[in-house]
Design a binder for this molecule. Structure first.
Ligand code: ADP
Length: 465
């Protein structure tokens, strides 16, 4: 069964406090009891010692007499406290004996103390023990005393009362702490739970497509703050994704609409007999269809790349040869536009996927051909650096404005200048090229002088596996 955070925290806190109080009670109880026993034992011995001291001064050495009134007073006072006294003179003749004086009272006191201790401390096995004292006055022996009291110790009613109180106080303190802990747990839980509940609400909203929603309030707990920030970032990323998806759908529709409209209007006119089905018209339609299928295969390629399933079939690829074969593929276009295309540089062999790298260079040369006016120059150069092979495609074309140099690698991005031209593609070629190069662990860089031409440089590390 799922429990609320507040319940869990309160119960958790209460358990901890309960255990702590129980342990402290147990420990302190044992400790206090033991210390108290020792204290009382020492007190009793001390009292008996003092009694003996007081008894010794009741002897008058001048007259050789004991002050019997005082002895009687002391004896009765001590009996009250459970001390049974017998006093002898130096010749061990009895001077005063509590039992002789009031046997009934003595026995009653002894019975009461024994009964009290046996009933309250059953396992103690105590009894009245007689202690023998020698009574001195200024180093002269004046007599002896027998002092009997319950040993090892005996508690008075007030002592038992004190211990009972102590035993009651600890549970009371425990109960108060328990209530405090439960309350603290509930308060803490509410502080933690509030942002979590809010996160749940926000993520639910996000799941329903509301990507604009954000956390406004900051939590004072670091981790919760991180959580809310992460949710905000997630909402932002999802918003971007959603916008990109929309833009992509719109772009694809836009890219496909123009060639489709061209072909269908031409074919309609031919079918209705408005236009002659001349070879030239059919060729134009064919070319438009070719452009359409190019866009579709570009999209297919993009899908593959973006689904993170780019498996590279690596083998040694000589970049100079690769450049030559791409150049050969453009022979017709180059001739048609009277473009001068040269391949220069040194041999450099990288470990890569030949077909994919071919596509990279093909896309770059295709762009150079597309965006270079008639009579221009294209140079494909290969360079071998210590750790990487570099292949660059340089043209003398229309160039790319500085601020758009990074954007051209985005999906469907086309500069305004290229949009106005008939020859432009769908704006996916560079995205594909960049993804392939990065999958090889390399970099692609665009440089351009507006109106004077562009250079695309691809660097591929030798040691990438
Ligand atoms: P496209 O199919 O439109 O050429 P790309 O992704 O290959 O798509 O290129 C994106 C945009 O970058 C192009 O539309 C164009 O505006 C610009 N571009 C790419 N290469 C060149 C180049 N060699 N000269 C001028 N502009 C270029």
């Amino acid at each position: 069964m799922k429990q609320k955070l507040s319940t869990q925290l309160s119960v958790g806190f209460a358990c901890i406090v309960l255990t702590a109080v129980a342990l402290v009670s147990l420990a302190s109880n044992l400790l206090i009891q033991r210390q108290f026993e020792k204290y009382v034992e020492a007190q009793q011995k001390d009292f008996a010692d003092r009694l003996a001291g007081n008894l010794s001064i009741q002897y008058d050495r001048d007259s050789g007499q004991w002050n019997l009134d005082y002895l009687h007073g002391f004896g009765m006072y001590a009996l009250d406290d459970g001390y049974i006294i017998k006093v002898y003179d130096a010749e061990k003749n009895m001077v005063w004996d509590a039992e002789n004086h009031d046997m009934t009272l003595c026995h009653q006191v002894m019975r009461e103390i024994s009964f009290r201790m046996e009933s309250q401390k059953p396992g103690m096995a105590g009894d009245f023990v007689t202690h023998w004292y020698e009574l001195y006055q200024k180093a002269a022996l004046v007599g002896y005393a027998d002092i009997s009291y319950y040993s090892p110790y005996s508690y008075k009613e007030s002592d038992f009362h004190f211990l009972t109180m102590l035993n009651h106080i600890l549970p009371v303190v425990g109960m108060i702490s328990l209530a405090g802990a439960a309350a603290a747990g509930a308060v803490l839980a509410r502080r933690i739970a509030r942002p979590i509940v809010k996160v749940t609400e926000v993520t639910r909203e996000i799941a329903q497509g509301n990507y604009k929603i954000r956390f406004e309030t900051e939590s004072s707990t670091k981790e919760l703050n991180e959580l809310t920030k992460a949710v905000n970032r997630m909402a932002g990323a999802l918003k971007e994704q959603e916008e990109m998806r929309r833009r992509m759908t719109a772009d694809v529709a836009h890219e496909l609409r123009t060639p489709l409209a061209n072909v269908s209007s031409q074919l309609e006119a031919i079918l209705e007999g408005v236009l002659e089905p001349s070879r030239e018209r059919l060729e134009r339609c064919f070319n438009e269809l070719g452009r359409l299928s190019g866009i579709v295969s570009d999209l297919e390629c993009l899908r593959q790349i973006e689904s993170d399933q780019m498996i590279l079939n690596r083998e040694p690829v000589a970049l100079l040869e690769l450049a030559g074969s791409v150049r050969a593929a453009f022979e017709t276009e180059l001739a048609a536009k009277k473009l001068d295309c040269i391949v220069t540089g040194e041999s450099a062999v990288v470990n890569g996927d030949r077909n994919r790298l071919h596509q990279v260079v093909y896309n770059l040369v295709s762009n150079a051909v597309k965006y270079t006016p008639e009579g221009g120059k294209i140079e494909i150069a290969v360079k071998r650096l210590p750790e990487e092979g570099v292949i660059s495609v340089k043209d003398t074309g229309i160039g790319i404005p500085q601020k758009e140099l990074l954007l051209i690698f985005e999906r469907f991005y086309r500069t305004d200048r290229s949009r106005s031209r008939k020859s432009g593609g769908a704006g996916i070629g560079l995205t594909i090229a960049k993804a392939i190069v990065e999958a090889h662990g390399g970099r692609i860089l665009a440089e351009s002088r507006d109106g004077e031409g562009s250079t695309f440089t691809v660097s591929l590390p030798f040691d990438s596996l």
